[in-house]
Design a protein around this ligand. Structure first.
Ligand code: ZN
Length: 576
């Protein structure tokens, strides 16, 4: 009743109110909010009274008329990483809703093209274009599965929310922010006054962008900034669409997300995300619609935008012939994919983790190779540490009693305690990095440092590794579990599970040839290391030992092999 009176009061002269203060929880997590252009504590609205609150997150989905590409891959892998971090590291579950644009001119045009090809008729009906949309929606989710992206909690398709969208537009008109014109219903930016442009780069951009792009419509819009809420079909053509109070037609692009979120979660969302391309005008206009519909300034607390992907320095575009679909990227298209350029889902995810989600990135095979090397280093570390921990466990379990009647194999040395404290601090720093606007490049560096320092601790253990001189098994298992779990929590599913697997004779021959050469190289390294160990403490001594570590930790994995020191000048080489 109060709400009705409120709307009536503002019907004549629209005015946007601030939402009454509701219970909000400020988490410890900092996140960059595009609405304020600064890092802020992530807010959760206190809608749920249960202890583990559910964070409401709406993500604009793809327009389903073609295969998903690298830009989609980056946006949705990054949102998957953030979603996993929220859940696994901060105990925040998400109600992740994805809007699927299955009603759009691009889909309708594709349907018309197909009709022309098949029967020389360029008209299309709703069933025709929705069939195309379903096909590409299925393909999209197959691609997302291949990239190990967790599926949304719910998917809202525009075609399934048409009555809700019509009702939503009616409320905007009733509230005084929409008007009917000859070819559709438009949103009145002027009515919103200064509130319009929440995500615009500047007030100048608002007018120039839209004046240029919609100059043809100037005579049918009250203001060049106004945008379509409903597009009427031309009465002469039999175009696809739905009946509405304003005639047969279809929704404008921006209205779908405002109306669908209203239907499924109400008038308040914790996070809204999408690629940076969607920031203006799409997200900006979504906000305007919600403000007009709800008579309330607040709708989304935090807007997240993911950076661009450039390919070899150029913007990805079909005309530049540098357009890469996800199927080509992963080598899962009908032609067997990109052959030499085939990338694994983990390598691509690591590429995303190594760049901050907001930064613009340049995709190239060199960058993927960098990610691949790091994957192999981590892979080798996990396999190595697990083997070593098992070996030490067997030694610890053996019943050996020395002359004093004690067995000190489980006793921690002073250096174990110091090392454990260092690792504990690093783990805390890891969490802080994730909580600082999801700084995954820093978090990945911390994991790599932990791996490097663990190897160093093993190397230096009690004066150097020999057959039985290994740190306590619990300590090694603990680090192995933490690194393994942390990587899996970020969605890296295969690291630490690889084993030597050569698929054909050609591979086996090539591995044998590599091993012959690498064995000589490893023996040479072993000799250098022995020379260094025999030297007095000096800068040169430590420099030589560091170079030997570099060969083992970086150079071998870079070429797809792991070198493991087994003590007493023995070593193992294996294919990663
Ligand atoms: Zn949207």
């Amino acid at each position: 009743m109060w709400a009705m009176k409120y709307n009536q009061r503002y019907l004549a002269k629209p005015c946007i109110r601030l939402k009454p203060t509701c219970m909000k929880t400020f988490t410890t997590l900092n996140i960059y909010n595009s609405l304020t252009s600064k890092k802020e504590h992530l807010i959760q609205n206190d809608q749920e009274k249960n202890e583990k609150k559910i964070l409401t997150w709406y993500s604009c989905g793809p327009t389903v008329y073609d295969d998903a590409h690298l830009g989609h891959a980056r946006t949705y892998v990054c949102s998957d990483i953030i979603r996993r971090i929220l859940s696994n590291s901060f105990n925040i579950d998400t109600n992740f809703i994805m809007g699927m644009t299955d009603v759009d001119d691009k889909i309708i045009n594709k349907s018309k093209e197909m009709m022309m090809l098949n029967n020389n008729n360029n008209s299309t009906n709703t069933t025709d274009f929705l069939q195309i949309a379903r096909k590409y929606e299925n393909e999209f989710f197959n691609d997302m599965d291949a990239l190990n992206i967790i599926r949304p909690t719910s998917v809202t398709r525009v075609s399934e929310y048409i009555p809700d969208i019509i009702k939503y537009i009616e409320t905007i008109i009733d509230n005084g922010y929409g008007y009917e014109s000859t070819n559709g219903v438009y949103f009145s930016c002027e009515q919103l006054g200064e509130q319009y442009g929440a995500l615009a780069r500047s007030k100048l951009d608002i007018s120039t962008d839209q004046q240029v792009s919609e100059s043809n419509n100037n005579n049918i819009k009250k203001d060049p900034r106004d945008f379509a809420l409903w597009k009427k079909n031309n009465e002469d053509t039999n175009d696809a669409g739905w009946d509405s109070p304003w005639g047969h037609g279809r929704p404008g692009w921006h209205i779908e997300c405002s109306a669908m979120t209203h239907s499924i979660v109400g008038d308040s969302i914790d996070i809204h995300s999408g690629g940076i391309d969607l920031k203006f005008p799409h997200h900006n206009n979504e906000i305007a619609q919600c403000q007009a519909h709800n008579n309330c300034m607040e709708w989304v607390d935090t807007f997240i935008h993911f950076g661009h992907v450039h390919i070899d320095g150029l913007k990805m575009s079909k005309s530049l012939k540098n357009f890469i679909t996800i199927k080509e990227l992963l080598g899962s298209d009908d032609n067997g994919g990109g052959g030499e350029t085939k990338v694994t889902a983990d390598d691509f995810r690591l590429f995303c983790l190594l760049h901050h989600y907001r930064s613009n990135v340049t995709y190239s095979m060199d960058r993927i190779h960098d990610a691949n090397v790091i994957r192999k280093i981590l892979d080798g570390f996990l396999l190595d540490i697990y083997d070593l921990a098992l070996k030490k466990q067997l030694l610890e379990e053996a019943i050996v009693v020395d002359s004093n009647g004690t067995n000190n194999r489980k006793r921690w040395l002073e250096s174990d305690i110091t090392f454990f404290n260092q690792i504990t601090n690093a783990k805390e720093e890891y969490l802080l990095s994730l909580g600082d606007d999801f700084n995954t490049p820093k978090a990945m560096q911390i994991i790599r440092d932990i791996c490097h320092n663990t190897r160093k601790h093993i190397q230096d253990y009690d004066g150097g590794v020999d057959g039985e001189n290994i740190p306590p098994s619990e300590l090694l298992f603990n680090i192995h579990t933490w690194v393994d779990t942390s990587l899996k929590q970020l969605g890296l599913s295969t690291i630490g599970t690889n084993h030597i697997n050569s698929t054909n004779d050609e591979d086996e021959t090539s591995i044998k040839n590599d091993l012959t050469l690498l064995k000589s190289f490893a023996e040479f390294r072993c000799n250098i290391r022995n020379v260094a160990r025999g030297m007095k403490k000096s800068e040169e001594k430590f420099e030589l030992l560091d170079l030997c570590d570099h060969i083992r930790d970086d150079v071998f994995p870079k070429h797809g092999y792991q070198l493991r020191d087994d003590g007493n000048d023995e070593f193992t080489i294996r294919k990663l």
